[in-house]
Design a binder for this molecule. Structure first.
Ligand SMILES: O=C(O)CCC(=O)C(=O)O
Ligand SMILES: [Fe+2]
Length: 331
């Protein structure tokens, strides 16, 4: 089980940012304090831990699915590649995406499985998948994805990510695994075992690690919710680097479920539905951020496409892949 191999503990001597811990069961009971805590987390940093989410078994099986898929021969995985046209679903090889404006390459490989394909199985809405994915559709992937329900086609997908071991250099630059970004969709539900995820909290100039806590998912707000809410909900910049200290000697596995709006939805602040949102947009320094004149589907395809190394012409390609994030002040 790749997610659960024994590994050194998360170190205590690296810059680490605390997150609020939200209890999913209390949210289901409409607990007022817990709802307030979620509001605080979603508006101030846009990241929080979620405990008692009840998906540990499904997550463990999804990591098995990921291990089986990554163990396939490279040519077999490449038969199910995302392509360069802006589709996210499918396999992405290490080095296929840029991590910054210079075109430095990413180090992660991942498999993205569309929610629409999972819910339509044995039919496919967007594309087909490797045999290791099909074999686990009923036992593993459908149960994992069914926690969220689609009403019309969307970009929602499950992603299993593998980053190879890469000893942390004692000095100098660290190699970025996934470049600084905001997530594209509404909400991300992330499960990881080793450190490596970093956030740049508001007002900070140095990246801060988020420490994985066993049994706690990490949740964060993506661009769509930030735009719908006129920026009240925060889509915070984050990236992935090799795990810190001794943990860097191990393969890093992570699993994300990205909830994304229906592809046809117009991305804009829903000012007519809330006075709070209307006021937030009026006060915003860049109100155009909250009316990008794009559907969710187009927004998503633009970001995926311009991240691909094959589509890169120069720093402008990286700029064209950006969402609501500010330019990171630090590398
Ligand atoms: O692997 C992680 O911890 C985070 C991955 C991530 O940010 C992403 O895939 O968007
Ligand atoms: Fe992300």
């Amino acid at each position: 089980m790749p997610g659960l191999t024994a590994f050194p503990p998360f170190p205590t001597d690296v810059p680490t940012h605390p997150l609020l811990i939200v209890d999913y069961q209390l949210l289901l009971q409409n607990d007022a304090d817990e709802i307030n805590k979620l509001w605080k987390a979603a508006t101030e940093l846009g990241f929080w831990y979620l405990k008692n989410h009840g998906t540990d078994d499904e997550v463990a099986k999804m990591f098995d699915m990921g291990a089986e898929t990554m163990a396939l021969p490279f040519e077999e995985k490449m038969r199910f590649e995302q392509g360069d046209e802006g589709m996210s679903h499918g396999y992405k090889a290490a080095g296929a995406n840029a991590t910054d404006a210079t075109g430095d390459k990413d180090t992660v490989e991942f498999i993205n499985i569309a929610q629409d394909d999972v819910l339509a199985y044995p039919q496919f809405v967007h594309r087909t998948y490797p045999s290791t994915v099909n074999a686990r559709m009923e036992s593993t992937i459908i149960p994992f994805v069914k926690k969220s329900v689609a009403t019309s086609p969307s970009g929602s997908e499950a992603r299993c990510i593998k980053n190879p071991p890469k000893p942390e250099p004692s000095t100098g630059e660290i190699k970025v695994a996934i470049g600084a970004h905001t997530d594209f969709g509404s909400l991300s539900f992330l499960h990881n075992r080793l450190g490596g995820l970093q956030v740049l909290p508001p007002g900070y100039t140095q990246w801060q690690y988020v420490k994985p806590i066993p049994g706690h998912a990490i949740c964060n707000i993506g661009d769509s919710l930030a735009i719908f809410s006129g920026g009240i909900l925060r889509s915070n910049l984050h990236r992935v680097v090799p795990p810190p200290r001794d943990q860097s000697l191990y393969e890093r596995w992570s699993l994300v479920f990205f909830t994304r709006p229906c592809s046809s939805v117009e991305l804009r602040a829903i000012t007519e539905k809330s006075q709070l949102i209307e006021e937030a947009v009026k006060k915003a320094q860049t109100p155009e951020t909250f009316n990008p004149k794009s559907t969710a589907g187009d927004w998503f395809a633009r970001r995926i496409k311009n991240q691909r190394i094959k589509n890169r012409t120069g720093p402008e390609t990286w700029a064209a892949s950006r969402g609501t994030e500010h330019a990171p002040l630090v590398k």
